[in-house]
Design a protein around this ligand. Structure first.
Ligand SMILES: CC(C)(COP(=O)(O)OP(=O)(O)OC[C@H]1O[C@@H](n2cnc3c(N)ncnc32)[C@H](O)[C@@H]1OP(=O)(O)O)[C@@H](O)C(=O)NCCC(=O)NCCS
Length: 179
């Protein structure tokens, strides 16, 4: 982890299709995240743009570098829930509260005005992910529950660890202007 990037150098915004290739590279650099196809990343950056977020350094579009990303969506039929799919922060931008800042920023958008819960799935061994979401819940005074959701043998044919569903909430976050 380096101290090179300052929080003030990082701009948060909704992703566009032009971020997908950088997102694909960022995910590859952030084990244990599952790499998705570039096409899947294009869908994150377009269909799910309003509930996902890109953290970039540099103001000029041609010089921007993607250092953080959250892909998330409001599941069909669950307007009170934001499902967080992947959180990725580049090594040099870690430890500065960027993951927490990105999640707050999504939830402050008008599109999340009715959201009272965050759902995410985490493998038992991903300590950073448990720590991030437990810390975020503490910060917002929200309760957490977790239970096995997708099972190693039953759903992943033994090729992936169990995924535990962590549910955080209820909470209230005031909507601000869109980012
Ligand atoms: C997990 C990850 C997103 C954290 O990003 P970050 O910007 O460094 O996280 P933040 O600085 O916002 O930290 C938020 C909280 O999580 C905790 N945390 C973050 N990384 C941690 C780690 N590796 N071990 C223990 N706690 C960690 C922080 O201590 C902080 O809690 P605190 O304020 O109560 O001390 C980043 O390390 C990453 O991309 N890892 C690889 C991919 C991954 O595992 N993603 C998460 C699953 S989707």
């Amino acid at each position: 982890m380096s101290t090179g990037i300052q929080n003030s150098d990082i701009v948060l915004r909704s992703p566009t299709a032009d971020d997908a290739a950088s997102l694909h590279r960022l995910i590859a650099e952030c084990p244990p995240l599952d790499p998705n196809s570039l096409y899947c990343n294009l869908l994150h950056c377009t269909h799910f743009s309003s509930t996902s977020i890109a953290a970039v350094t540099g103001n000029e579009p041609e010089h921007q570098r993607l250092v953080g990303f959250i892909s998330a969506y409001i599941p069909p039929g669950q307007p009170d829930t934001l499902f967080v799919w992947q959180v990725a922060v580049a090594d040099e931008a870690r430890g500065k509260g960027l993951a927490r800042r990105m999640l707050d920023s999504i939830l402050e958008r008008p599109v999340c005005a009715d959201v009272r819960y965050v759902d995410t799935t985490i493998t038992p061994g991903n300590q950073a992910s448990w720590a991030l979401f437990e810390s975020w819940a503490r910060h917002h005074g929200a309760e957490t529950t977790s239970r096995v959701h997708f099972e190693k043998e039953r759903h992943f044919e033994g090729r992936h660890d169990d995924e535990h569903l962590m549910r955080i909430g209820p909470f209230e976050i005031a909507a601000e202007s869109a980012t």
